[in-house]
Design a protein around this ligand. Structure first.
Ligand code: AMP
Ligand code: ZN
Length: 494
């Protein structure tokens, strides 16, 4: 029987502001969409936190036995500099500054994004669609919204009519804003742009002559508005109504509000059942952001090369640090906090490595079943990873007590304890024991050096001393020293 039938999962729905019992539209199947990155620069640690938060969600849903289709997009067009409908396209601007093609920018930072998330041991999504790959579908959706009367065309651009939509559909229901507040707080005066009202947002923008990222459409050569791609790609791959939509807290308004408006206007249906928002990673109390420079790059963590850090930390330690906070809480980054996480992480891994040496008894002096259910309860309570981690440390205490002879465990319970710890630590939290990774690397390195030693011997036999010396010298410059002896050649690594 699938685990999800035994466990009652609750998810905090940003739409209702409450934790709700999770029921998918189709039993056993889940459609989940998460807003992906705009690929115009390297992802910072804050971005990574949001993607790690949803990786935890994805992993736990899969662990419960759900079949999850996880769609996460790549924004490679349409995201203008100031998040609103004016300014330069972020990718086009980077391309202009670096004098390269926009698609070179996209490629470079998509690869960086994938490499980085892989280091954090994030699972890849099931589908990763791009905005530029779905221009045709975006044009079709704009046509539908126009037909339904919720959009209008001006000078080759198409805008969503927020005031008209609000009459029957309550624009602002996710972020809790009212149109009146929005009107009161707006600085843009109507009449200054093509929009009927400053609250309206672009579905299609006519491209200025210098705008290089442009596509033909019935209205103009132009490009889609930023919010549209998510509506179009989520609908295409998950249906007009789907289960979970996630993203960082900062996307709630206007991005997700606009997605709801577009979806409801195009199909008449509520697009999303559960809205999930991950909270921000801060540095010195301020949100980590690309634009302000107040951020840390993942590579700086892995190398320790940042003034905020006293040393390097492994990706798993950084991941563990993030998972020690609940995804809906703000988390402030600091070297001290990372150091504490590293200590905890190492303790957890040491315990796991020694679990097989524990003495077993005929009976157990504590209930492993009850402890296991506490692990599930933590995750069932809106993916509460800090409580889960605290519960895993309860197991560490049990294990130490068993070693000391203060508690007893049966063989069967020991298996259950071990398997549950493995499931939650590796499968659900997605942590990696770095000593195992290092052993694997060491093996690969040794194999490579042995191969070079063999090639060098062959070169010497052929009297090709230039090649054999080159192998020895270049290895030496990498800190690998070859020593020729009677038994053959050995090596040492600095
Ligand atoms: P962007 O590439 O700017 O669209 O951001 C990609 C994702 O990272 C979005 O879901 C943002 O909400 C999220 N994000 C941006 N800054 C932070 C931060 N400081 N902490 C957590 N998530 C963030
Ligand atoms: Zn989005």
């Amino acid at each position: 029987m699938a685990l999800y039938k035994e466990q009652s999962l609750k998810i905090y729905n940003s739409m209702s502001g409450e934790k709700e019992i999770f029921t998918p539209i189709n039993e056993g199947n889940i459609g989940m969409y998460v807003c992906g990155p705009t690929v115009y620069s390297n992802v910072h640690l804050g971005n990574c936190r949001t993607f790690i938060s949803f990786d935890l969600v994805f992993r736990y849903l899969k662990h419960l036995g759900f079949k999850v289709r996880y769609v996460r997009n790549i924004t490679d067009a349409g995201h203008l500099e100031n998040d609103a409908d004016s300014g330069e396209d972020r990718i086009a601007k980077k391309a202009r500054l670096e004098q390269i093609e926009p698609m070179e920018v996209v490629q470079r930072y998509t690869v960086d994004f994938h490499n980085t998330l892989q280091k954090f041991n994030n699972l890849p999504p099931s589908i990763e669609p791009t905005a530029t790959g779905h221009i045709v579908e975006q044009i079709e959706t704009i046509k539908k919204i126009l037909e339904k009367g919720f959009a209008y065309e001006v000078n080759g651009s198409v805008y969503f009519d927020v005031l008209k939509f609000d009459k029957d559909h309550n624009y602002g229901k996710l972020s809790g804003r009212t149109i009146e507040d929005m009107i009161a707080n707006t600085r843009e005066l109507s009449g200054q742009s093509d929009k009927k009202n400053p609250q309206d947002f672009a579905l299609w923008k006519k491209a200025e002559p210098q705008h290089i990222m442009r596509w033909p459409s019935p209205w103009s050569d132009g490009f889609p508005g930023w919010h549209l791609e998510c509506t179009v790609m989520s609908t295409k791959y998950l249906g007009e109504s789907f289960d979970i939509h996630g993203g960082g807290m900062d996307l709630k308004f206007p991005h997700h509000e606009c997605e709801i408006a577009q979806g409801e206007a195009a199909t008449g249906k509520t697009p999303v059942n559960y809205w999930m928002h991950a909270n921000m990673l801060t540095l010195n109390g301020q949100k980590m952001a690309k634009s302000t420079g107040n951020n840390i790059l993942p590579n700086e963590i892995f190398t320790g090369n940042n003034p905020n850090l006293s040393k390097a930390y492994s990706p798993s330690v950084a991941r563990f640090f993030m998972l020690q906070a609940h995804y809906r809480s703000i988390l402030d980054f600091s070297n001290d906090a990372l150091m504490a996480s590293e200590k905890g992480f190492n303790r957890l891994m040491d315990t796991l490595r020694n679990i097989d040496q524990l003495p077993v008894s005929n009976t157990s002096s504590f209930s492993v079943d009850e402890w296991q259910q506490r692990c599930y309860n933590a995750m069932n309570d809106d993916f509460n990873s800090p409580i889960l981690i605290a519960t895993l440390f309860d197991a560490v205490k049990y294990i130490n007590a068993i070693k000391e002879g203060d508690e007893k465990i049966s063989q069967q319970d020991l298996e259950l304890l071990k398997n549950t710890m493995h499931d939650f630590i590796f499968e659900v939290l997605g942590l990696v024991d770095s000593t195992i990774v290092n052993e694997d690397r060491t093996q690969k390195l040794s194999g490579t050096i042995e191969l070079l030693i063999k090639l060098r011997a062959e070169a010497r036999n052929n009297k090709d001393f230039a090649t054999s010396d080159q192998i020895r010298d270049q290895l030496l410059s990498l800190g690998i020293q070859l020593k020729d002896g009677k038994e053959g050649t050995t090596f040492s690594v600095e």
